[in-house]
Design a protein around this ligand. Structure first.
Ligand code: COA
Length: 285
């Protein structure tokens, strides 16, 4: 192993959180690092390295895609290691960074990665009163109750089938990220129901690394119910709930060319783009 790279240990968790927060729009806390290290199929020994001022882990998004999660100010040696590990795991290799992290993006281009897509961070201030949502007739909004887990999961898989290259996590992995975490907050999970059927949902939380930030993790409306104002109602309802918690802003990430018009929806409720993530893929496989 290159001497300056090593496997991170439990004692590095705070350092890794600090490095992961650098140049990122939201701070990452130690709990998020531990959660990533405990995720199904992740092997810290084989999949993660820390170096002075930089950290990387390589994770399988699914059978065909590998994600290089590159943070801080990575050396060529660190990126070499990550690319090697990604090739070993097999499949398409994806990586990226925020538009301002030009040195990281330049390093990727130099290695034959090409930009394939970009996404936005969008944000809204919750300082002012949020309008009461107009809930379409026949739609009931309610929060999570025990036994709803699969309803959220199934609705998410179905709604996101219409997005660009969705990641279909198996249920256990989905539950690891969303339910088995201290930030799981059933009062911030919302279902829109029509006659007992799930029409849409919003999964939100207080951002673990940023105590003033409400985070819209996942929003979806199933196809038959789209274009009726359910997405907007779920979003405004979420903003109001987050504001009632005393949070000062709400944020989310969205594919810039979301084929179902999500960016227009977010703009229409007053959200604004605050950052841009550049997604790259290697041309060499
Ligand atoms: C994005 C999504 C949640 C919108 O839900 P929805 O219930 O159809 O949205 P609404 O009916 O409340 O739409 C409200 C506004 O959004 C915009 N909008 C919604 N769908 C749109 C589309 N296909 N094209 C352009 N704008 C659209 C419009 O501004 C609309 O305002 P209008 O009613 O005055 O025209 C839904 O299409 C969906 O689940 N998509 C797949 C999953 C996804 O992409 N989720 C977001 C990921 S970040």
């Amino acid at each position: 192993m290159t001497p300056s790279l090593r496997v991170p240990t439990d004692a590095d968790v705070e350092d890794v959180a600090r490095i992961m927060s650098e140049g990122w729009p939201e701070a990452v806390d130690a709990g998020q690092v531990r959660q990533a290290w405990a995720s199904p199929g992740f092997d810290r020994e084989r999949d993660a390295r820390i170096a002075p001022g930089a950290y990387v882990h390589v994770e399988a998004l699914d059978r065909d895609r590998v994600w290089i999660n590159l943070r801080g100010r990575p050396s060529t040696a660190l990126v070499d290691w990550a690319e090697g590990r990604a090739r070993e795991r097999g499949g398409r290799i994806l990586c990226g960074s925020w538009a301002a992290n030009e040195s990281v993006l330049e390093e990727l281009r130099r290695r034959g990665f090409r930009q394939i897509r970009h996404s936005f961070r969008m944000s809204i201030s919750l300082e002012d009163e949020v309008p009461v949502p107009v809930v379409p007739a026949g739609v009931r909004l309610r929060t999570f109750e025990d036994g709803d887990e699969r309803s959220f999961y199934d609705a998410q898989l179905e709604a996101f089938a219409d997005t660009w290259e969705p990641i279909d996590h198996p249920y256990d992995e989905w539950a690891h990220w969303l339910l088995d975490t201290p930030s799981f907050d059933p009062e911030l999970w919302f279902l829109a129901e029509v006659g007992g059927a799930v029409a849409g949902f919003a999964i939100c939380r207080v951002h673990p690394g940023n105590s003033d930030l409400g985070w819209i993790q996942i929003l979806g409306v199933r196809r038959p119910w789209r274009g009726k104002g359910i997405g907007r109602a779920l979003l405004l309802n979420a903003f109001r709930a987050l504001r009632a918690r005393g949070l000062r802003r709400a944020g989310l990430g969205v594919d810039a060319e979301n084929p179902t018009g999500a960016t227009s929806l977010y703009e229409s409720v007053g959200m604004r783009v605050v950052d841009r993530f550049e997604l790259y893929e290697t041309e060499h496989t």
